[in-house]
Design a protein around this ligand. Structure first.
Ligand code: NAP
Length: 526
């Protein structure tokens, strides 16, 4: 049952005076549960608990954390039916999407379980002492440890995989951090159900109270108070550039600034080689129209800008793509605020462009649109470089190679960039030039592949130069994302008995370590 209350450690609490409801986009009305914004005293209580819990949890062994993570998986599977039902009621996203997002959420947990099982979450480093009478050198050993209590903000378009128990939360928990989730108000019920599963797993694995709390907040105030709290040591955010930047600035103004790992919006440029159109026109327009409109285009990896140089078959390609996008028909946005933003952005664009609009009497539904513009117009107005979150893209027709290069050179940082080129033209120098520009502008370059559909695996990178991410060195997908919540800690000249097990001479946990520059499982003889 969903109570609408905050999960503060192992306690349910609904003291706050401000309340809100989530929204059913299908029925176009609010869901019945009343949710309570966390009050200042509830925020304080959750942070104190998180800080206390961290002092113990950070020292738990991989074996103890494995028990917790396996329990997380089991509890999620146990609650799957109710979670998915609520997910659909709060987002309007179809069953198939809820199933695939659920599987991805479980896969993220399993990846860390695997690393706990083999005890290979971090690579300890040891440089043994040098007993040289002239230049003696101390014994130095290094591991990485959790940063402390972390606040996680989820995005509305991923109620599971980027939310309560999404990639950020599991990475922070795996790093040994305690986590407070500022639940997204538009799927607060799903958040509470997932939160319950986390609490059950914590209790089963005998973890200290406060390793996890879930706070509701319709106003930005709850999130802002959490980010400002001196006991919070890092923030993970998935959402808009505006939201991410606001939290980043807030954290930077603190007496003790803390890192904000914000994964934000992206335009995901695509460059189409016009010489390759003859053989690929149908497939590429199909793939791109699907990618632009799938789940109402509510993906940070949706291709928003498609560049092509004018030439033979280009007009046909552009018209085919525009028609295929339109033919997808009405699409439902996950909540009315996103639908409102979408319409407002089209209103702004209508001041410059002639856009055929379908004004609908609905709080949830929008009509997919692709619009073609010239390269020179693109270069004139900065508005074309603002993400339109929803089933929308621009097709930019450039007059020559130089204009196309100028357009992609003008872009800010991106999560992805894609290039579509037929085999026989792959070695053209212009293709290499596009790739070299995207080297410095994106976190992932796709070849003849659309950018949507992020595979969760070790080699994936989901992040990119600002504003795609606030810190381009890190990403939000795959086990490498744990690095965001770790910091190095070095032990100099320590007696063996006082070292953490990962660094002890005998290597009691049998982990791979870097010893004097070589990877090794061997014990160290002093
Ligand atoms: P959003 O409006 O930025 O909201 C995300 C979260 O941040 C919410 O919990 C929101 O709380 C909070 N928030 C926003 N501004 C805040 C502020 N000034 N102070 C405190 N808290 C604040 O984003 P969304 O509508 O959920 O998601 C759509 C956006 O996310 C798109 O731009 C999309 O590209 C991006 N996205 C990025 C990724 C990625 O991995 N890079 C993945 C998915 C989505 P409130 O709801 O209470 O305002």
């Amino acid at each position: 049952m969903i109570t609408g209350k905050n999960l503060i450690g192992y306690k349910l609490s609904g003291e706050g005076l401000d309340t809100f409801k989530s929204y059913n986009p299908h029925l176009e009305k609010e869901n019945p549960t009343v949710f309570f914004d966390a009050s200042l005293s509830e925020i304080e209580e959750a942070v104190l608990l998180a800080s206390k819990a961290f002092q113990q949890y950070q020292f738990f062994t991989a074996e103890q954390k494995l028990k917790f993570f396996q329990a997380l998986e089991n509890e999620m599977l146990e609650a799957k039916k109710s979670i998915l039902t609520c997910y659909q009621l709060e987002s309007g996203l179809p069953l198939s999407r809820s199933e695939s997002e659920f599987s991805r959420t479980i896969a993220q947990i399993q990846q860390y379980s695997k690393l706990f099982d083999s005890n290979q979450l971090i690579l300890p480093s040891i440089d043994t002492a040098i007993y040289d009478t002239h230049q003696p050198k101390s014994d130095i050993r290094k591991i990485k440890v959790g940063l402390g209590p972390v606040v996680v903000f989820g995005a509305s378009n991923f109620p599971l995989a980027y939310s309560t128990l999404g990639g950020d939360t599991v990475a922070a928990l795996a790093a040994g951090c305690s986590v407070i989730v500022k639940s997204h108000p538009m799927h607060a019920g799903t958040g509470e159900l997932v939160g319950n599963a986390i609490i059950k797993a914590l209790k089963y694995a005998e973890m200290p109270e406060g390793v996890f709390s879930n706070l509701n907040g319709f106003s930005n105030n709850v999130g802002a108070c959490l980010v400002n709290h001196p006991m919070i040591k890092a923030v993970a955010f998935t959402g808009s550039i505006k939201g991410g930047r606001a939290l980043f600035d807030l954290a930077a103004r603190r007496k003790e600034p803390i890192p904000v790992f914000a994964e934000m919006g992206s335009l995901n440029p695509v460059v189409i080689d016009n010489l390759s159109l003859l053989k690929n026109m149908n497939k590429w327009t199909d793939d791109l129209a699907d990618s632009v409109t799938n789940d109402a285009g509510q993906f940070c990896t949706k291709p928003g800008l498609i560049f092509i140089k004018s030439g033979q078959n280009v007009d046909e390609f552009v018209q085919m793509l525009i028609s295929k996008v339109k033919e997808k028909g009405f699409k439902m946005m996950v909540h009315p605020r996103l639908k409102g933003n979408f319409e407002n952005q089209l209103d702004d664009l209508s001041k410059i462009l002639n856009i055929e609009r379908h004004k609908l009497h609905s709080s949830s539904v929008v009509m997919p649109i692709a619009i073609n513009i010239s390269g020179s117009l693109f270069l004139t107005h900065r508005i074309f470089q603002e993400e339109v979150f929803g089933p929308f893209c621009f097709v930019i027709i450039c007059k020559d190679d130089a204009e196309l290069i100028q357009c992609i050179e003008s872009l800010d940082g991106q999560l992805t960039a894609s290039i579509f080129v037929e085999d026989e033209f792959q070695n053209e120098s212009i293709v290499k030039q596009w790739i070299s520009i995207f080297y410095n502008k994106s976190g992932r370059i796709n070849f003849n592949n659309v950018p949507t559909g992020v595979r969760v695996c070790g080699s994936m990178h989901h992040g990119g130069p600002y504003p795609a991410s606030s810190d381009s060195r890190f990403g939000a997908v795959g086990v490498d994302s744990i690095e965001r919540f770790l910091r190095p800690l070095c032990f100099q000249n320590f007696p063996d008995a006082l070292l953490p097990d990962l660094l002890k001479d005998k290597n009691p946990l049998n982990v791979l370590r870097r010893v004097n520059g070589e990877l090794s499982f061997a014990e160290i003889i002093r």
